[in-house]
Write a protein that binds this ligand. Sequence first.
Ligand code: GDG
Length: 466
Amino acid sequence: MSRLITVSNRVAIPRDDGKAAGGLTVGVMAALKEHGGIWFGWNGRTTDSEPHDPQLQTDGNITYATINLNRREFEAYYNGFSNDTLWPLFHYLLGFFHFDRQNFEAYMRVNALFARKLVPLLRPDDIIWVHDYHLIPLAAELRRAGVTQPIGFFLHVPFPDYDVLRALPDHEYLIRSLCSYDVVGFHTQRDLHSFQECVTQPLAGGHVLTDGHVRAFGRRLRADVYPIGIDVDQCAHMADAHADDGAVDRLRSSLHGRRLMIGVDRLDYSKGLPERFRAYERLLEHYPGNRKQVVLMQIAPPTRTGVRTYAEIREELEGIAGHINGRFAEVDWVPLRYLNKGYDRGLLMAIYRLARVGVVTPVRDGMNLVAKEYVAAQNPEDPGALVLSTLAGAARELDAAVLVNPYDTDGVAAGMQKALEMPLAERRERHDDMLRILRRNDINTWRTRFVSHLQAAGAEARAADD
Ligand code: GDG
């Protein structure tokens, strides 16, 4: 069997403290365990000198190969082009979008560096799976170095329409780079459609073939939809196993029977947190029966602290949270608990289960795993209700959630109210529907389908050579 080589900006080396990995790490690890192989990427450290050769750490059939990055290159490649240019652009948030040619050049250099450091580790029958927007040019760099193995790319964020993408001066380069892959995967049909639209522009001159493949820049590739899922049983099991942990008990008793609404998001402007807080304020304004009866707990661990807009959003949220609590709090009730740090995954699952309402209202999201985890963690006999943004990829599958437009403050407040009041029978019915979909499209379906398409691309290329 071919080895699988996974490449991502950061490598998640399993920790010895027994803490469970979450999200995409679960899927990548399962794929690596099945096939054996390498997880290659940045080790999270920067240096003032030139990056060293990959450090190898082997655990069973998986080798973690990590490199450090020069501090200035990292700043320009990661904080700069990846997160201050591509992230807002791909999330349709042009108000946050900045372009700096030097950052773009660093992005290309770091991708070339990844390729140079990876090539010596490759074997002829490997298959390579690259993750996310930080590494779009990697396949083109690997091809330039003579790599002919199948290379796949999965985009974890949305892919924007051509009219948005072309705000980027070098958008053609990105489109051409994506066409160096053999398989390109997106979360939703919408993202795939945007990619097809870009690749068939006159500048790219590509075509969508009758079998759905794309032909462009002299190559044929598969572009397809692979909605990422979760390990449903793991979430449910953790929610159960941690239900009586001290912290969960303390949270339960601090509520004094009030209904809990929960939000869990990286502190990121795409997650719609200011909009959510304002909608919660509107809920307390328009539906005063909720005062002293409801608590919104928002967990928001800070990320990308090196990017200025992230510091700004943090400040804005502190202001709104202070305003809401100042306006509505009573001696024995604080309406909004805003927690600016990360929590253990098991505790998180137990908190999801305790919460009557899950609030997931990004202004744009590739998929959103929190929405799926919230559903999986519920007690099926008495499940909570999910309020979900129509602008999250997850809304395509979870249409039994209470769907809201995150920009519509009154609409989100009404959605919250509907979820708070929802009768048990309706909560069960909606939960059953969503759980069925989560089980069908789980994390294993996601990774096995992608890897099998990558293997098929390799087999096709070999047949064409013979
Ligand atoms: C990108 C795309 C796409 C959050 N806080 C804590 C914590 N988390 C975990 C959640 C969840 C994960 O982080 C977040 O995943 P999301 O999907 O919600 O969002 P992004 O980080 O933006 O992920 C997204 C995803 O990639 C996968 O393709 O769905 O659209 O933007 O698993 O539970 N985990 C722990 N403590 C926390 O405080 N342990």
